[in-house]
Design a protein around this ligand. Structure first.
Ligand SMILES: [Zn+2]
Length: 496
């Protein structure tokens, strides 16, 4: 299967499941949506398509990017564009299979299910509980999980590297009405790439890592990695195993003539490993699809990519995701594509696709894939947006603190966590709705209403959490203290 010419992009059209080609996606305005049984795999599919388009059809500047959005690409232009890349994007190429290494000698075949992260053949069962749920998958599903494992998940553990963004990076993409919009809104224009210091390496001087392989004991400098190698980085030595056989794909359900049952891999980890030396990656490759944070280490900025907090919903990290911050000792940058969207589409609303995994070392303990919309005008009212998120965080923090004190005073543990979870659950819809429908011209005036609503919500939770204890004589004092302190703190927050 070739990613540039074959139909592999899983979509629904008139509620029917089918695969379309990259050419269909770029050269036609079909009414289709990427569709798979799992939303993490849907997002990975869109990521692959965006990466392909970024590498093969980078627009020169904002004007050209807007032109791409305005009308589908001509078929001739598409054919001419992909020609020189075709050989590099063949899943079963005899020498250079896409994101794989030929000739893995390991006798052991790992079931394909391990690439469907979260399934039991991995070392966790966060999403599904049936062993052997995916015993065989089609070319399309296999290529999607291969990319997802390399880009969005922790590495395979000891003796293997994680991807370029670390173990569990958050990915943020801009959504759109049509598939074409979802693709082009996330492709960086050449002038933006240049001004953001991405190395611009022209074809054929840069080859993907499965064609020009990472050498054993090689030290790779981030500043020498261009978009083709970086976006399709494969940290592991891995080779998929397939056979020609008519089967039904256990993942998407289509009938396929090529069945992927497993893979072989070889350890290729740290450069100084005596038995199986690997490579060293020096510096941070500023992946354009992820927000990053930095702190100072030895006087220099040390970056890491944003990960999800364990229990907190994504709105709690919205300031890191959307807004740049630069203090003396720390700061954060939104994903480059978000910064570009702000520049090119100033004054528009934005719907984000946010996704990522929660990890425990090299295993995955959960995932979060969601949409988040912010109404038009947010980019010119960044301080107000920041303020709204901070207020909600502050109210939660104060509440959590006082409930913790209450629990301690009466000798009951776990109340603070329970309260926080309730706050997240009960406020999430309201916070989403507020930001999605906000009229930023009057946001400052509406601030009081927003605060009141969240505080009311906290009092409801406070009542529920403390009710079992508030009438016992020795607890009355703790209850009264918590209530009094909350009133005091909330008054401060309201006065802003
Ligand atoms: Zn499939």
């Amino acid at each position: 299967m070739n990613l540039l010419t074959d139909a592999w992009i899983p979509v629904t059209e008139d509620r029917k499941f089918k695969h379309i080609t990259l050419k269909n996606a770029l050269c036609r305005d079909g009414v289709w949506d990427i569709a798979l049984p799992r939303d993490d795999m849907e997002m990975a599919t869109l990521q692959i398509v965006i990466c392909l388009v970024q590498v093969i059809f980078p627009p020169k500047n904002a004007t050209e990017l807007k032109g791409r959005l305005a009308k589908p690409m001509g078929e001739k232009e598409f054919d001419d564009g992909i020609e020189k890349f075709i050989d590099w994007f063949e899943l079963e190429h005899k020498d250079y299979p896409f994101m794989q290494t030929r000739g893995m000698k390991d006798k052991k075949v790992t079931p394909i299910q391990k690439l469907f992260v979260g399934l039991p053949a991995g070392n966790n069962d966060a999403f599904f509980n049936i062993p052997d749920e995916v015993q065989q998958s089609c070319s399309s599903c296999s290529v999607i999980v291969l990319f997802n494992q390399a880009s969005n998940c922790p590495g395979f553990g000891g003796g293997y590297h994680d991807g370029l963004r670390g173990r569990a990076p958050v990915t943020t993409l801009v959504s759109g009405e049509t598939l074409r919009e979802k693709i082009w809104r996330n492709v960086l224009a050449g002038d933006f790439i240049a001004s953001n210091n991405f190395p611009q390496i022209q074809f054929p001087n840069e080859k993907p890592v499965w064609v020009e392989k990472i050498k054993v004991k090689e030290t790779i400098l981030a500043q020498n990695v261009g978009l083709l190698r970086g976006l399709f980085w494969q940290p592991a030595h891995i080779e998929l195993i397939s056979e020609m056989r008519n089967v039904v794909c256990d993942s998407c359900g289509i009938t396929t003539d090529t069945s992927f049952m497993g893979f072989r891999s070889e350890k290729f980890g740290n450069i100084d490993n005596k038995k199986t030396p690997g490579y060293k990656f020096s510096g941070t490759w500023m992946h354009p699809h992820s927000p990053a944070q930095w702190g100072l280490e030895d006087g220099k900025k040390a970056y890491r990519f944003l990960s999800f907090n364990k229990t907190a919903p994504s709105w709690t990290q919205m300031n890191d995701i959307m807004l740049a911050k630069e203090d003396a000792n720390e700061g954060n940058n939104p994903a480059s594509l978000i910064s570009q969207y702000k520049n090119i589409f100033l004054g528009r609303d934005v719907t984000l696709l946010i996704g990522g995994y929660l990890n425990k070392q090299s295993s995955i303990s959960g995932r979060r894939h969601e949409m988040f919309s912010i109404s038009a005008g947010w980019d010119e009212n960044r301080d107000t947006l920041r303020d709204y998120i901070q207020i909600a965080l502050k109210i939660n923090k104060v509440f959590r603190g006082k409930i913790y004190g209450f629990g301690k005073a009466i000798g009951v543990t776990g109340l603070a966590n329970r309260s926080e979870e309730r706050f997240y659950a009960d406020s999430e819809r309201y916070i989403h709705d507020t930001l999605r429908t906000m009229d930023w011209r009057i946001a400052k005036k509406e601030r009081g209403q927003f605060v009141d609503k969240l505080i009311k919500l906290v009092w409801d939770i406070f009542g529920d959490i403390t009710r079992p204890y508030q009438n016992e004589p020795r607890m009355i004092k703790a209850y009264a203290t918590a209530k009094r302190n909350l009133i005091k703190e909330f008054k401060k927050i309201k006065e802003g």
